[in-house]
Design a protein around this ligand. Structure first.
Ligand code: GAR
Length: 193
């Protein structure tokens, strides 16, 4: 991602829908010296997202768009992003699907984290399906967002071994710990750091 490199840190927006633990790990990372990004905006589609508390805690601007009419919400978001000079978008547990129109506006500049070893187990309820299928490994993936769900170019993955007595809950907890490490690593990678 050469056009993003330079002396100044890249202004980044994080999109969330819920708990925001990946958001928190990204904020912590963004505050380290080696981070090529700063987090300047948090966007949520849900005004009760628990993760919004991190906006207050870390004094980061937040905006809520309800996505009742996606095209309207997306246009408003784009104008907000442009106004704030946001150059990179990190989806972190954002459960809305962005339109082609939106993605085109930030082509190659939207990242997502997904709790499976893509291309396996795209979509929802990954942990349930992985356990049901008696997989040996699952994990997490950071990838670019393209027009097809969970199908963009993979940046980095981390494998997690499934235990015999794992439940979707226990597995998701172990994978989440890895997600928090993987997202910052993937960001360093796209900046060639
Ligand atoms: C994370 O496990 C993330 O990988 C997943 O939602 C969780 C959000 O947790 N994302 C998806 O399933 C996207 N399809 P968080 O809000 O604590 O970061």
């Amino acid at each position: 991602m050469a056009q993003l490199t330079g002396f100044k840190k890249t202004k980044t927006a994080v999109f969330i829908s819920g708990r925001g633990s990946n958001l928190k790990s990204l904020i912590k990372f963004s505050k380290t010296k080696k981070s090529p990004i700063t987090i300047n905006l948090i966007i949520s589609n849900y005004n009760k997202s628990k993760g919004l508390e991190f906006a207050k805690k870390f004094r980061i601007k937040k905006k809520i768009f309800n996505f009742k009419k996606r095209s309207i919400s997306e246009k408003e978001i784009l104008s907000e992003l442009k106004k704030k000079n946001i150059r990179l978008i990190c989806l972190a547990g954002f459960m809305k699907i962005l339109s082609k129109y939106f993605i085109k506006n930030y082509n190659g500049r939207i990242l997502n984290i997904h709790p499976s070893l893509l291309p396996k187990y795209k979509g929802l309820n990954t942990h349930e399906r992985v356990i049901k299928n008696k997989e040996i490994y699952s994990g997490c993936t950071v990838h670019y967002v393209n027009y097809r769900l969970d199908s963009g170019k993979i940046i980095m993955q981390k494998k997690v071994k499934i235990r015999r007595n794992d439940t979707p809950n226990s597995l998701s907890k172990r994978i989440l710990i890895q997600e928090h490490k993987l997202y910052p690593k993937a960001i360093l990678k796209i900046f060639n750091l």
